[in-house]
Design a protein around this ligand. Sequence first.
Ligand code: PMP
Length: 893
Amino acid sequence: MSAELDFGRYARPELGRLFQALNLDVAYRRGRGDHLTPEPATDAEAADQVLDLVGGAGSSLFGHNHPALVAVARQCLDEQLPFNAQASIRPGAAALAAKLSTLVRATTGVDYVVTLGSTGAEAVEAAVKHAVVERRRRLGALREELDRSLRRLHRDGLADTACATGPAAGRHCGEVITEAIEKVTEALAAEPVLVSLRNAFHGKTTAAGTLTHGSNVPEDLHVPGPKRVRLTDWTPEAVVAALDDRLVEICTVTVDADAVPHSAARHLSPVAACFVEPVQGEAGVREVPTETLAALRALADRHDTVLVFDEIQCGMGRTGTFLASEPSGVVADYYLLSKSLGGGLAKISAMMVAADRYVADFGRHHTSTFAEDDFSALIATAALDLYESHRDRIAVVGAELRDQLVKVAERWPEAIAEVRGRGLLLGVEFRVPQPESALLRAVFDAESLGFLIAGRLLHAHRVRVMPTLSAPTTVRVQPSALIDTADIERAAAAFDDVAGLIAKGDYATLLAHLAVPPTGAWRPRQHVPAPPRRRRVEHDGDVPRVVFLANLDNASTVRSLAPELAEWSDGRCAAALDRMRGELSPFEVVRHRIASETGRVADLSVVAVPFTAAQAVDAMRAGQRPWLSQTVLDAVELGVELGGDVVGLGGYTSIVTGAGRDVVEHEIRITSGNSLTAACAYDLLQRHLASSGSGTRRVGLVGGIGNIGAVMADLVAPHCESLVLVGRPGSGRRLATVAKRVAHLTDVSVAEDLEALRDCPIVVSATNAADPVILPTHLSADREVLVCDLAVPGDAHPAVAGLPNVTLVSGGRIRLPGGQTPHFPGITLPPGVVYSCLAETILLGLEPEMASPSYGGLSVAGVLSALELARRHGFHPTRITTADVSTNPWVAS
Ligand code: PMP
């Protein structure tokens, strides 16, 4: 079902990536009524129809390509009606404006002047402009009136006469008016203020965006423009009085027939307009209570400003009445319409201003190339006719659909919080599930829930939904007035399934659509610079907190971290991980308190960094290391937020950050943990070498240019008879540098072929490869061989463990003091044993004064100090053969 076109490359790459991650990267080829045909269409096209409940985000009140509207469009083209006839009389636009005015007058009793545009946000922009101009004109008129009044007082010799009554009684009336003129001049110079409600959505252009709830507008978008005040408290008293402190009192003066001046109070306000959606669509379909609408009316009157009803989504019949505000009885000064007005075929919007408020020259100042085209206006006029013929049906089918959804909600109260809305503007609010596993809790956050539900409904039921924009746990249900009972039942059955899965916690089925290999190319997301807001959580008294980061080892790790997905095969886990690559944020998996033999304790948090070893290797090959490194930096940030005094970089999190060098911190310590990993291997090898007879102390070291491998050469060289540094073809020159450094300690050579291991009774391996590099054929077949594999994922092929003459030891393991056996999901080490890199992280927590020995390159001194540190706290290096470890699915050393 996925579109083959590489949509995301040139058009909105961030959405292309997100839709691919969620398996929502679908293209539609045909739309009719409430049905869409996906691309590529199957043979059984009729059966392939997707039931579209998104309804063009509320625009398709008459479905896709309604025949009556298509006929109008076709007629326009057949008759060669000019699309472009700017600066001429546009009969279609004029007729539409007249019809709209009549329709709204039927409710409000007022005539309107209509400004047409192309989009909803454009109508909002037009309203902002009109309201700002209207306010300034009103203030300008007041200043003129006051000027005249002052001149009259001077002319009549009354300027120094005291006002007889009113708030300025006793003051010279000339002085009172002069002061009023100054205040009006200040008000004219002040920035106008726009009022909108909590969670409002009024579009995303710059002025409309200032009215819209925050999450829809990027934090770093700062453009000059009108100031806005957002009302969070909707109680009538709070709304009416919300901006009282902005009111400025002035006094005006009138002179009676006996030439006696009287003063009267009047208020100036910076408020230019109060915007409200009578039903907030994008905020999760929330009805604004009638008393709040009435209070907004009162607020606007108190500030002598305009009330704007943004009915772009809820108006034009969608709720069953032409205006959604109709039942409230509250009348606004401006009405905005769009979406369904275009009948799902044309892009059109209307800004309607009460005729007595219309600013005479507004139409000259507010123009747009594509506004008022007859093509769109004729379609909109036909859409208004359709509304009139479908008015009753909207309420009936809307109620039928709502009833069905309410029944589903009653059946699954654990999954559905509420069904809201009226007519065909409905929303189903889901509860954010709380799965057992941290991995699934990270997947099911409030932002993604609606999209995950959309994926399930699309792939299992061929029902298309989307979350509302500022309340993504609410799924919008906005079908057309044509929807029939069969489709209503189909929609209800689909919701019933998804709600049932959520309620039963059947996440393996709910997310099955994600476990399908993605088809498109993948590109890493662009980094968005984050504001410096590190909030460290307070942790328990003096107990230090350490945070250990670990990437996912391989696809099956998914099952270890999310037992809910136990039924998923490795292949499905891998597909899901590939699909979700780059979309999950690092998350905390588990916490444990670990005690030292000295009695000190440290709290350990383990944070999963959501890429696998293979994905890391792929990304490095593809030149995408900055993405990997950034993902680790995000995890470090989480570590800091969690209150970490030390952050340990496990496995690839260290490799992709250049052994931690990319992680720049000064208040916390960063460790790759590699010193203790090297120390544990050194401890083991040193004993082994000490007990080996002469002629058997030849060591093959694989990965000698790596972070651990390089220091292993320094450590082992003094104890062996000869050392061969083995690397990939082409690595000889860099290996030779290492060889030169240890040449005074032992007989050292360099090889670019693993065959060189054949005469080594001891093999040490520490590469960064994602796949095994040491095969049975590389090892001696006729003598005892010790293979110490420090790499995770392991360097030794699983078949090596089965060789009778080979002892395969997983290096870098250490025993916690006192038999402590904390459980780490997915780690199957013997009881009481942990990875050395993790142990080093804990040990640094236990010793707050000690600098990290494992930041960037390692040194022999650092390794020995790590060994000493471990011994001091009763952590003992341990020798674990592969026989002791069934799998090693997650934490890496
Ligand atoms: N106002 C409201 C109430 C809306 O719902 C929307 C669109 N969701 C807009 C304004 C903006 O309309 P457009 O997307 O056409 O700019």
